[in-house]
Design a protein around this ligand. Structure first.
Ligand code: FES
Length: 102
């Protein structure tokens, strides 16, 4: 069980798994990665206009905010909620398991 204001995040990259517990909710996956020394490309600096931070959410997409207008403008499909921009999706609770640079 996680507290209401905490969540768990798993990042997967290059066959490695990085599990982060006790993360404050309401942060983007990119913010969480940056704060925990997990490398995600971010060419536009987190402004939602480059797609280099794209992640594939393996589980927990229901714990993320809805797809943003910027994500849709960058061609992401709300019908495919597992493909997100790390700088635009916030973890609102529970857990999220995301693959980086898939
Ligand atoms: S860092 Fe550029 S879209 Fe996320």
């Amino acid at each position: 069980m996680t507290q209401d204001n905490k969540c768990k995040v798993v990042f997967r990259k290059d066959g490695k798994k990085i599990q982060l517990d006790d993360i404050d909710t309401g942060k983007t996956l990119l913010e969480i990665a940056n704060e925990n020394d997990v490398q995600i490309d971010q060419a536009c600096g987190g402004n939602g206009v480059c797609t280099t931070c794209m992640v594939k959410v393996k589980s927990g997409s229901e714990n993320l905010n809805e797809m943003t207008e910027k994500e849709e403008m960058m061609g992401l499909d709300p019908e495919q909620p597992e493909i997100r921009l790390g700088c635009q999706c916030k973890v609102n609770g529970g857990s999220c398991d995301a693959e980086i640079a898939f």
